[in-house]
Design a protein. Structure first.
Length: 367
């Protein structure tokens, strides 16, 4: 019995899945440069927080990680289950510049490696990857071994960050009382990623993720503008009419001086559900402006801005009317009389042939 192959014993008694986990030969893949491969995945965090109404919830975390540097390109917290919208918003944050010291990871990846979740296999994410020229690669169904790097980060996050926070759900313990809101947890995660994780040497690469990603003056491939990226990724869009006092949406009012020429027109708005202080306005897939809600954004569109926009709009219309009136006046003042045609008198010897019994043919001056 001692001479029996252990692999044979596991396959016979525990099945193919246990055998594959313990005895399958693996190929260890390694990205050779930044942004060559990004991994994305979701997990339900082992911590309880308070939602907007004060209820205890376990939040979901979406992570996008760079395979080469092990740096975090983006993360997104939500109290709702993973969806194509959450994935799109995480990709938006990952691709665009963060504008924060110590977090320079950005750009369009060459490959996005994910599992077979319905949010990753959605038609919207497929179209986004095609537009941005990203190869979308899926792991084998039921085998998470190819996503080991992102699973390792989830373990690091549990032991080095969440375990020290109130509301952490420890193994085998009673349910804790939540002590943080979702906003406070978001701030704690940001501090851990930007200030601790990105600047600590990784156990495998031996380099801090931030330094490994930017080594050699790497320049990422970027989209032309944030508005172009939003047009691809922000799936929450609604048609709205531009009123004289702006755009009304969810009992809020959004305004921008750029909307002056579009009063009465129908436009499309796109917005981030987590931040409705501003919305982006499009017409026929063309970006117009960003409109803000003055009550939420902490900004104000002054009366001078509105007055200037009204004056410019009126002047543009008056200029158009003037040009068209000038064109009409030119048409009306043109001569309408036909040019004179010299009349050649008939020869006195010419005879007009007539048919028998028919009246003679009469000739007129302007014939």
């Amino acid at each position: 019995m001692r001479a029996i192959d252990p692999a044979l014993m596991v396959l016979a008694h525990q099945g193919a899945k246990a055998y594959a986990h313990g005895f399958d030969l693996l190929h260890r893949r390694e990205a050779t440069r930044p942004n060559e491969i990004w991994q994305a995945d979701h997990t339900e965090l082992d911590i309880l927080v308070l939602d907007e109404v004060g209820a205890n919830v376990r939040p979901w975390l979406t992570i996008v990680i760079d395979d080469h540097s092990r740096g975090i390109a983006a993360y997104r917290l939500s109290t709702s289950a993973p969806s194509a919208l959450q994935t799109a918003l995480a990709l938006r944050n990952a691709i665009w510049r963060k504008g924060k010291a110590g977090w320079t990871i950005c750009g369009i990846p060459e490959m996005l490696y994910t599992d077979h979740g319905s949010d990753f296999t959605s038609r919207h994410i497929e179209q986004v990857c095609a537009e941005l020229k990203i190869r979308l690669i899926f792991s084998q169904i039921g085998q998470p071994r190819g996503r080991g790097r992102i699973e390792r980060f989830f373990g690091t996050l549990n032991t080095c960050c969440l375990a020290a926070l109130p509301g952490y759900i420890g193994p085998g313990g009673p349910p804790p009382k939540p002590g943080l809101t979702l906003v406070q947890l978001d701030a704690a995660l940001r501090r851990f990623i930007v200030e601790t994780y990105h600047h600590a040497p990784h156990s495998v690469t031996g380099e801090p993720p931030e330094a490994r990603w930017s080594r050699g003056g790497f320049l990422p491939r970027m989209p032309a503008s944030l508005e172009e990226l939003d047009l691809l990724l922000l799936t929450v869009s609604r048609p709205r009419q531009v009123h004289r006092d702006g755009i009304r949406f969810q009992s809020l009012r959004y305004i921008d001086p750029t909307l002056a020429p579009f009063v009465g027109a129908t436009v499309t708005i796109r917005y981030d559900p987590a931040d409705i202080a501003e919305i982006r306005i499009y017409q026929d897939d063309r970006f117009l402006c960003r409109a803000i809600c003055q009550e939420l954004a902490g900004e104000a569109v002054s009366f001078k801005d509105i007055l200037r926009a009204r004056t410019e709009r009126r002047r543009a219309l008056q200029s158009t009317i003037k040009d068209r009136r000038s064109l009409i006046d030119q048409v009306l003042t043109r001569p309408t009389t036909a040019p004179s045609i010299p009349v050649v008198p008939p020869s006195p010897t010419a005879k007009i042939p007539t048919s028998k019994g028919a009246p003679p043919l009469r000739r007129y001056q302007h014939e």
